[in-house]
Write a protein that binds this ligand. Structure first.
Ligand SMILES: Cc1cc2nc3c(=O)[nH]c(=O)nc-3n(C[C@H](O)[C@H](O)[C@H](O)COP(=O)(O)OP(=O)(O)OC[C@H]3O[C@@H](n4cnc5c(N)ncnc54)[C@H](O)[C@@H]3O)c2cc1C
Length: 315
């Protein structure tokens, strides 16, 4: 992302009304709302949005035939350029509290803002696998059943995991297909007795041997376990995510057990002036949720910021 052509004078004020950290759907939507509330906004983005990894989403509103994730991001960036928002392609290393707000440090430079909207997202923990990016692009490897299980209904589905989340994901996917196999990275020792019963009742297969390798072979995925090869049409990886909540945690925001930032119904954290939106704040990692959360956060921030009345016609 580069700086917008429009007049960015307000955004370049010594202290912006709001600094948005993250330029995925949540950060971009939040910045658009805030700019339209005539707030001065700086958006800082390291450029690794999950949305850019989506080959084609079919649950994003308004696109009957689906749309590529990169196209969604580019459309939001284009929309943002209509407003005087300063966009910095930088990584925020830490955020410091100041008497009048916050200072964001980016290695050699900093920006100050009254309020901060954190939209830093999560990163999927990937499996060790050959041709990972190609497998993702081709839908052979997937991370999110909520997003795209519909597309593989009735197919042969594998779930790759290293803990109880794998059992839950396999059971979730059973709704979409009768042909489900659970592959445990370290073997069946990670599946408890109760879970074994649940899997058996649902007709889900598993093999107690650890997974030795995962490969993409033609249009299928093959997993090697104890000298045996198992094939599936698509493999869901349930190794979890890394939640990018360090900035919030260091400022004193509370995090839940999984690392998500906790916030109230207006997306305000317990740190005054610090708001969150998107994947970093909610386990339902979805574009629509990220955008909706950003709209709620931005509206609450606008109400909580000091008034800045437009000049009276007589002035
Ligand atoms: C393969 C795949 C398929 C998916 N399919 C769908 C789908 O079909 N439908 C759907 O609704 N959702 C889907 N998702 C989920 C969707 O991509 C996310 O819910 C969405 O991108 C969340 O938006 P976000 O803005 O919260 O986070 P992100 O889009 O991840 O953006 C976060 C941004 O913050 C930046 N950042 C982080 N830390 C810092 C920092 N310290 N300083 C500066 N910048 C920082 C990152 O670089 C990144 O650009 C899919 C995800 C994946 C991986």
């Amino acid at each position: 992302m580069s700086e917008p052509g429009a007049d960015a004078t307000r955004a370049r004020a010594a202290r912006a009304d709001v600094a948005v950290v993250g330029g995925g759907p949540a950060g971009l939507m939040g910045a658009i709302y805030l700019a339209r509330f005539r707030r001065s906004v700086v958006l800082v983005d390291a450029g690794h949005s999950r949305v850019a990894r989506i080959p084609r989403t079919h649950n994003y509103p308004g696109f009957a035939r689906g749309v590529a994730g990169a196209e969604v991001r580019d459309a939001l960036r284009t929309q943002l350029r209509e407003y005087p928002v300063q966009v910095l392609d930088r990584f925020v290393q830490f955020v410091q509290r100041e008497p009048e707000g916050f200072r964001l440090h980016m290695g050699g430079s900093s920006v100050a803002a009254r309020f901060v909207l954190l939209a830093t997202g999560v990163t999927d923990v990937p499996p060790v696998m050959t041709h990972l990016r190609a497998a993702l692009d081709e839908g052979l490897l997937r991370f999110c059943p909520v997003c795209d299980a519909y597309e593989v209904a009735g197919r042969s589905i594998g779930v790759y995991a290293d803990g109880p989340a794998g059992v839950a994901e396999a059971l979730y996917l059973r709704h979409f297909s009768a042909d489900i196999t659970l592959f445990m990275a370290r073997g069946g020792a990670d599946i408890g007795e109760r879970e074994r019963g649940e899997l058996a009742r649902a007709g889900i297969r598993w093999n107690d041997m650890p997974v030795e390798a995962i490969r993409r072979v033609g249009e299928r995925v093959v997993l090697f376990q104890g000298g045996v090869r198992a094939y599936c049409d698509t493999l869901y990886c349930a190794l979890g995510v890394t939640v990018h909540s360090e900035l919030a945690g260091n400022l004193g925001a509370s995090l839940d057990g999984a690392g998500y930032v906790q916030a109230d119904a207006h997306h305000a954290t317990r740190v005054p002036g610090l708001y969150v939106a998107g994947d970093v704040s909610v386990g339902l990692n979805q574009i629509a949720v990220a955008m909706g959360g950003a709209a709620i956060a931005a509206s609450a921030m606008h109400r909580a910021l000091p008034d800045s009345w437009a000049p009276h016609p007589a002035e």
